[in-house]
Design a protein around this ligand. Sequence first.
Ligand SMILES: *[C@@H]1O[C@H](CO)[C@@H](O)[C@H](O)[C@H]1NC(C)=O
Ligand SMILES: *[C@@H]1O[C@H](CO)[C@@H](O)[C@H](O)[C@H]1NC(C)=O
Ligand SMILES: *[C@@H]1O[C@H](CO)[C@@H](O)[C@H](O)[C@H]1NC(C)=O
Length: 254
Amino acid sequence: MNGWVFCCVVFVAAVSVCYGECRFPPSLWCSSLEIAKKCQVTGQCEEWTFPSVNDVRPVNFTLYYESLCPDCRNFFADQLNLAYTKVGGIMNLTLVPYGNAREKQVGSRWEFDCQHGKEECVGNIIETCAIYIIKNITVYYPFIHCMETTDGLPEDAAAKCATKFKGIDLDKIMGCSKSSLGNELEHQMALQTNALQPPHTYVPWVTLNGVHTEEIEHKAETDLVNLICQTYQGLKPAGCKKEDNYQLHSCPRN
Ligand SMILES: *[C@@H]1O[C@H](CO)[C@@H](O)[C@H](O)[C@H]1NC(C)=O
Ligand SMILES: *[C@@H]1O[C@H](CO)[C@@H](O)[C@H](O)[C@H]1NC(C)=O
Ligand SMILES: *[C@@H]1O[C@H](CO)[C@@H](O)[C@H](O)[C@H]1NC(C)=O
């Protein structure tokens, strides 16, 4: 009998200490605004559960890169891939494969001069054509990610990667990359890159909702998932939960 009373007293004490005014288990704290207020977690609930703002446009994230640059490849392998996998649904990713290349017009064609040699230009144009031909990023992202994380010549990487995923018409992509269409599409990537304000001074170079700052670049290179989640104004997806995030190494610049 005494034991039962003791248990009862301990239980009531525990409940009042743990919950105070808030007499609800944590699993219910965000179930209504009223309970959230009582339990003093409105801020947290708004962030994770109640969409407090109507703006649910995805975050525009654009990556300016060149196909063979080691730092760009590292960025693809860790930060970008983690973000694309975890929070791709709230990120409008745009890939611009041109980077530090230069171009000049020779007759009716553009001649490109790439930082890591001719093969890099080949890689840039293959990826540009893949984007143009496939159109659907859900399909071309894994292909380009694969190319960026496969060693060897870009043409060989493209051939290998095309067999790994559905919906990659390698012949069409390679045909485009050697045609005047591919040449013109790569020129469009050059125009987009050269229009950057401020102008890029290294790659990978990123813009977040059209803006580049050193702080944005640093956050992108150290915890892109968090950067996208913090910038997104709508209901945060599960991939944003902090406990899931782990930080991968960042890439030193040249
Ligand atoms: C995604 O980005 C592209 C340009 O990079 C833009 O044209 C398009 O409107 C954006 N889409 C959304 C939904 O923001
Ligand atoms: C893009 O591809 C994915 C995967 O095949 C598919 O589920 C989705 O419907 C496609 N989106 C569009 C706009 O075609
Ligand atoms: C993303 O870019 C598109 C096209 O420029 C623009 O309409 C949209 O408002 C941008 N989204 C955000 C969140 O800034």
